[in-house]
Unconditional design. Structure first.
Length: 122
């Protein structure tokens, strides 16, 4: 392995050990901070997808759906992540009609997520 690869591994180990020592309350606060930002930004991202579909631009469909997919995975919203993946794949295949058909599923998964968060008081 190259020195760079080893250095990256060593830094990851140091980070991991440091993270293990972090107070659980601090981790929860950080998660809530990220989750709040996620919930606040998602409507804008979903609107960007819809606007790109209206413009008929598949590359513009892919960008926000990729962001939605990644951000959803980061907060553990796997159903929304899966819905975004389907829209992203359809965009990559230049199938804007299918992308448009899949948008309601993404909207639905976001609404389900918001309701679950509200019920759990997260």
């Amino acid at each position: 392995m190259s020195g760079y690869g080893m250095k990256g591994r060593r830094e990851a180990c140091v980070f991991h050990r440091g993270l293990c020592g972090v107070n659980q309350r601090v981790l929860n606060t950080c998660y809530h901070f990220f989750l709040d930002g996620f919930i606040e930004d998602m409507p804008n991202q979903i609107s960007s997808v819809k606007e790109a579909l209206d413009e008929g631009d598949s590359s513009l469909v892919q960008r926000p759906t990729h962001t939605i997919k990644g951000a959803s995975g980061n907060v553990g919203a796997t159903a929304l992540q899966g819905a975004a993946l389907q829209v992203e794949k359809a965009g990559k295949e230049l199938d804007l009609a299918n992308s448009a058909l899949l948008i309601p599923k993404m909207d639905e998964q976001f609404e389900i997520l918001k309701e679950a968060i509200a019920r759990q008081g997260v």
